[in-house]
Design a protein around this ligand. Structure first.
Ligand code: ADP
Ligand code: MG
Length: 701
């Protein structure tokens, strides 16, 4: 950038702009269409408007109240106006005679002359007669500028203009046949038009093309990750061993219910993956209660039937205990051949590996894992880093809860790989995410979706309790249900940033309830700060009914499965996000019993009120996930965090859904035809440049 001086270089770097590519992807934040501007002459006093002005003169003085006061006399050719700035002494330096600017403000008439007080100002040219094209353009781009770095919009416009001119026609990473099939503009035209549109009509097609490029880079990176895994790694071929042919049949013939259509489809898709040598890398998503555990159990059993071991990783110890219980119940009664004794059999063994095992039991379990007498191991993901050696690991199921990013997943796979083979991997999400987000953030995984709930569920009746009377009814319901032998959860507010505070508030709330609304009922406390043994004990007491009401922090958010639980009360519900509330609600309504979810919140903010109303209106997790995406945008989606160059600047996962899907398909095709992209250097280079250092990551929180 020839015209950029050393000071500006530093300032630009502060804004994350280090080279031409960065500069050209620093897009205008809005445009001003000068052909649509009002003339000063046509404005009546009191009207708010944007006008294009040229500065005639600038004076600076102190007001009577000793405030800095800068006045800029300006004209738009039809009339004059004085811009008056209070307490903005720096305007005297910013505005100079001849400068062109856009001012937005209220036109007033003071002592017979037109003025605007403290208008919003965007400078788009510093000097009259500036050869800068922006000075004459009909549409003026307004760039995100940086007061801190001292860079203003017109400077950026000028550098961009220079960069575009010098770059000339640029290589287009998207092959021409794709461009025409997708109806997308060429890269050069799009860049030109997004920075210097000749009319506003050019902006949207330009944005679409560049938005597509952002999405394509993400998809290309994911497709390459996948293809390199497939090319380099040998997976486990899961086909039933001769002696274990009947295992799946044993299971399904004794299983109390039929899989749903959706579960059956998911299971056969997974079975097909598992039977091949290509390592499976699949995401299983489904609404709360759609029965993901059964699908995972079937996959693990398939793994055991092939003579391998399976692992189920849970995000927390509470969940590990829970999963261990359900998997043991489902599979623990099955029999596998005892390899050491001809014709002998032993029960399928499901181990639980957590931090609170005694040294002795842990030693025994680890030995069992190493000699293949333990078929399935459930634990937290620390399990893989604790020097546990598997005799023959075939499948890793991760109950993800959005905790792992791309890198953690590959780390996990590396740890789990032994003897040159890579185990199959099945990742389960806790709540559904919109397809566009799944493709973007889990683009390296194949996607299986459970889109129906098992039959016989009565939907959870959700009530947003807005006032004390409604809250009183909620507590009545809790008492009635507990009297019927059912159970209830009370979830306490999330105190930002402090688990200890959260724990304290749950404890205080339990004590309060014990001598008020829930007097005489047996209450249990569950929070993240409790020792694991105590957590397990209280969960057990809740499961058996010894404890009728569990007062908890969001520890119960994911996966806890107690069929007799029929009431969920969420206090200060406005503090939770949509996905979280939907998860919490999913803790009830897990049987044919009628269930309720009460969201207590008396004074929510308008945004929170919208969330609560959404929860009340629908129980469809996919619908809610879509709303969540629209309300919050992709930046905060599920705690998804994008950084720096990999962020989506122009693409929107909710509005550009078609582009997301097309980008996924195009990337798959390009990469499968040319895995190293050696024939498309521009695409390879920019993918590495934009996604290299910090590929799209999910928060670890
Ligand atoms: P999630 O997808 O939220 O993890 P779970 O796997 O915990 O859901 O299943 C929710 C409940 O539905 C469990 O109690 C499970 O036993 C039950 N369930 C799962 N599949 C079926 C089915 N096909 N028919 C009836 N009940 C089922
Ligand atoms: Mg589950």
């Amino acid at each position: 950038m020839a015209k950029v001086g050393p000071r500006a270089v530093d300032s630009l770097a502060e804004m994350g702009i280090e080279n031409i590519a960065d500069l050209l992807s620093h897009y205008p934040r809005r445009y001003v269409d000068r052909t649509k501007m009002r003339s000063l002459h046509s404005l009546v006093p009191g009207e708010r408007s944007t006008v294009v002005l040229r500065v005639l003169s600038v004076t600076s003085r102190r007001s009577r109240a000793n405030r800095a006061m800068v006045e800029a006399r300006c004209s738009d050719g039809s009339a004059e106006v004085t811009l008056v700035f209070f307490n903005q002494g720096w305007r005297a330096r910013q505005l100079s005679e001849g400068a062109q600017l856009l001012a937005f403000g209220k036109l007033e008439v003071f002592r017979g002359r037109r003025q605007m007080v403290n208008p919003t100002v965007d400078l788009f040219s510093s000097l009259e007669g500036d050869a800068d094209a922006a000075g004459f353009a009909k549409v003026v781009p307004i760039y995100p500028s940086s007061d801190k770095a001292g860079i203003v919009s017109w400077q950026i416009a000028r550098w961009v203009d220079e960069a575009l001119r010098r770059a000339g026609r640029m290589a287009d990473p998207l092959p021409a046949h794709w461009r025409s099939a997708l109806g997308l503009w060429a890269r050069s035209e799009a860049l030109q038009a997004i920075h210097a549109p000749r009319s506003m009509d050019e902006v949207e097609p330009a944005r679409r093309r560049l938005a597509f490029d952002e999405l394509l880079r993400i998809q290309v990176a994911a497709a390459q990750r996948r293809s390199s895994l497939e090319l380099q790694a040998r997976g486990v071929v899961h086909l039933p061993a001769e002696s274990r042919l009947d295992l799946l049949e044993q299971f399904w013939s004794s299983f109390p219910f039929e899989p749903t259509r959706s579960q059956a489809a998911a299971m056969s898709e997974i079975a097909r993956d598992m039977a091949t040598e290509r390592p499976m890398h699949r995401l299983l998503q489904g609404d709360v209660g759609s029965g993901k555990t059964l699908v995972a159990a079937d996959a693990m059993l398939r793994c055991v039937a092939a003579g391998y071991q399976a692992v189920l990783l849970a995000p927390t110890e509470v969940l590990a205990v829970q999963h261990h219980l359900s998997i043991s119940q489902m599979l623990g009664h099955l029999e596998v051949p005892e390899e050491s004794r001809l014709g002998g059999r032993r029960p399928l063994s499901v181990g639980l590996l957590t931090a609170r095992l005694t040294a002795k039991r842990r030693e025994a379990l680890v030995a069992g894992i190493a000699n293949a007498s333990v078929d399935i191991t459930v634990g937290t993901h620390a399990l893989l880093s604790q020097g546990v050696e598997f005799a023959a690991l075939g499948l890793v199921v991760v109950d993800e809860q959005h905790r792992f990013g791309v890198e953690q997943r590959s780390l996990l796979r590396e740890k789990a790989s032994a003897a040159g083979t890579v185990p199959d991997m099945l990742v389960m999400t806790a709540t559904p995410i919109p397809r566009t987000a799944a493709l973007t953030f889990f683009g390296d995984l194949d996607l299986t979706t459970l889109d129906e709930l098992p039959p016989g569920r009565s939907p959870v009746q959700t009530v947003w309790a807005k006032d004390p009377q409604a809250a009183a009814q909620a507590w009545n319901r809790v008492r009635e249900e507990v009297a019927l032998g059912h159970r209830a959860y009370v979830v306490c507010p999330l105190v930002e940033g402090s688990e200890r505070m959260e724990a304290r508030s749950a404890k205080a709330e339990m004590e309060r309830l014990a001598s008020a609304e829930l007097e005489g009922i047996s209450l249990g406390l569950l929070h993240g700060q409790m020792p694991e043994q105590k957590k397990a004990d209280v969960m057990e007491a809740f499961r058996t009914g010894e404890v009728g009401v569990l007062v908890a922090t969001t520890v119960v958010e994911v996966g806890v499965d107690v069929g007799e639980a029929t009431v969920m009360v969420v206090e200060d519900a406005d503090r939770f996000g949509i996905a979280q509330l939907h998860q919490l609600r999913g803790r009830v309504g897990r049987s044919s019993l009628h269930s309720w979810c009460f969201l207590l919140s008396e004074n929510p903010s308008p945004v929170a009120a919208e969330r609560l109303a959404a929860l009340e209106a629908t129980s469809d997790g996919f619908e809610l996930a879509k709303m969540d995406l629209e309300m919050r945008g992709e930046g905060t989606l599920l705690g998804v965090r994008q950084k720096g160059r990999s962020e989506l600047r122009l693409a929107s996962l909710s509005e550009d859904a078609d582009l997301v899907v097309r980008a996924h398909d195009v990337a798959a095709e390009l990469v499968s035809a040319d895995p190293s992209l050696s024939g498309n250097a521009p695409l390879l280079e920019e993918t590495e440049y934009f996604l290299g250092q910090d590929a799209v990551m999910l928060s670890k929180s």
